[in-house]
Design a protein around this ligand. Structure first.
Ligand code: ZN
Ligand code: ZN
Length: 183
């Protein structure tokens, strides 16, 4: 079975990572494992933005991927951006193998609300499956309840299911790296 490696970026709540490892296989029919090391986010910090450049994190992740590895999903707890946007919840390499997501703006506390751990865990799953979908060539979906719907704010993330709509599922099943494993 295809294996997703979860990579903590700096200090990340391990219980959230364990929940994610258990949940991703239910959404995507892949196996999931937490890597025993972490990636230091510090080199991707840009003081002028007080944020971390997600594309630079992806580039550094790329150097960790061995030929036999399938997908790497990094989980950060710092605020991510790309230069043309104020922030991103995550970023993926279209067609793989690397994607990164951040907990930072998924937390209720970020919006001045009381912490909600189950909601945070759910948002992390949705965002993770979304970015992994991009690594499998899926583009944004018009169905707002599909995990591949685009989201400009956290409210949009909450509208998504943690799974693919039928159309995205069909596309995914014909993706070479999934289809050949079934043959
Ligand atoms: Zn997207
Ligand atoms: Zn869809």
């Amino acid at each position: 079975m295809n294996l997703v490696h979860l990579l903590p970026v700096g200090k990340v709540d391990l219980s959230l990572l364990h929940d994610l490892r258990a949940a991703i296989p239910r959404s995507l029919h892949v196996a999931c494992e937490i890597l025993p090391y972490e990636l230091d986010p510090t080199p991707s910090y840009h003081p002028e933005r007080q944020q971390y450049h997600s594309s630079e994190i992806l580039q550094r992740m790329q150097t960790l991927v061995r030929p036999q590895d399938w997908r790497f999903l990094a989980v950060a707890d710092v605020d991510l951006y790309i230069p043309i946007l104020k922030y991103v919840f995550g970023e993926a390499q279209m067609g793989g193998p690397c994607a990164v997501v951040s907990l930072h703006r998924l937390r209720q506390e970020f919006y001045g609300l009381a912490p909600d751990l189950p909601l945070l865990s759910q948002r992390l799953l949705t965002e993770s499956v979304h970015e992994l979908g991009h690594t499998l060539d899926l583009r944004h979906c018009q169905d707002y309840s599909c995990v591949m719907a685009s989201s400009h704010s956290v409210e949009w993330i909450d509208l998504r299911e943690t799974t693919l709509c039928d159309s995205c599922r069909y596309q995914l099943e014909s993706h070479p790296s999934i289809a050949e494993k079934r043959a």
